[in-house]
Design a protein around this ligand. Sequence first.
Ligand SMILES: [Zn+2]
Length: 502
Amino acid sequence: MKRIAVGQILQETNSINPVPTSLADFDVFGLAIGDDVMGEYGDVGELAGFGSLPDALGEDVEWLGLVRAVAWSGGPMRDEVLAGLIEQLVGPLRQQRTDGVLLSLHGAQCAQSCFDAAGKIIQQVRDSVGPDTPIVATLDLHANITRRMVRNADVLVGYQTHPHTDHVKTGQRAARALAQMIANGKRPRVSAYKIPMIANDDGRSTDRGVLAELWQELVATECCPDVLSVGLYQVQPWFDVPATGWTFYQACFGEAPPLDSERVAQACWATRTYAERRFLEPGDVVAEAAAITGRPIAVSEGHDATNSGAPGDSTLLLAELIRAEIPQGGALTFCVDPEAAAACCEAGEGAEIELTVGGKRDSRYCQPLPLTGKVQRLGTVQYTLHGHAGNNLQVSMGRAAALQAGSATVLLTEYTGPGSSPLMYQAIGLDPRDFKIVVAKSPEGFRNDYEPFAAGILYCAAPGCSNPNLKAIGYQHMSRPLYPLDDMTEIAEAKWAGRFGK
Ligand SMILES: [Zn+2]
């Protein structure tokens, strides 16, 4: 029986967000070590897909659980948190022989003084198991692929859907790749191509828009014999580290990769100026929503998307929703503000309360908003996420209060969490269908969960940690030149980009 090590350190990092990610942020999503990794979380997301390994191998597997640590998108991990999690991950690997390692990572992950957390994790695993044990790591489609990751992992396997709904399938694809390496004792050739561009999500889903046809080709190609993985990584652009950019990646047993990397890279490069969305300023959202018949109108608050790792407490749109006249039920939004949530809990349901809301976690883009409101409901936000960004994922956003202020109902939460799912509002008894406007702090993935019932969709942009206007961000560490920060016409102008592999 094969012994297979399994570990998960999953967080998308927004390096613009100054609020560091601490151990408490991992705690609320559930930390586990040892047998509990597969015992408690073997039916969640990528780990559920890893569970298909016995079928792929044709024999039973003894799982060596390392660590399971998931936190919602946010600022850089505290250095000691990353160091502690890595120690939990590699400690058992130094003591016990394994036949293979399955890792679930994000790939756009950093810590306070580590630009490439995923690369560091994979390298430490490699150093622990030695060169002969196969390592497969799963990643988000928004990963930043580094040379260190490619050098130390045998195969990287990324999501093939955006909105992300294929967590389990991605785990299954990783299990299949590992089973093939174990079965034939070979290691694949890997070809990667760094494309010197970043982009927001505008028109860059996998199911529609300018990349949909290319994605169909990539998914079909991975199904060919001897091909282990084909992935396009459209790095999330609020990741200010050296060598950030899109990457096309292939791993195969054959002599040459199945697709011409140059052709795919050029196809991506050709889409760099593509844009189809009209981003509204906060002051224009209410009037634009009023012009659409029916409700709710789902509004993407792109600049404060908790799904992109922003703090989730911007007051720029919030102030407009409170102030404006909004017939047909007003607006429903949320704000990560533990102090305000606690103040409402103390005041009690039905109380009129004066307080400040939001603007407390990052003072660069907005200020706390003083307001008077009525505490409508108190409770906790806990639910099981299915849909974009999670499969069977237990979410806890802690103590929560629904505060009525002006035309807005503001859900105040203790912790951050998915901004893309109506389940958050429903967890405390608020139904988005009862409101004219409902805010999603998500740039794109919310479509998966809101489109089935929303009367319309609008996109809002303003200064913030996940501002879709990338030229306004003020990056400090990215390698240059890089589109759209620099005026470029050819990939070759960026000497730091191009082909790499092993
Ligand atoms: Zn993603």
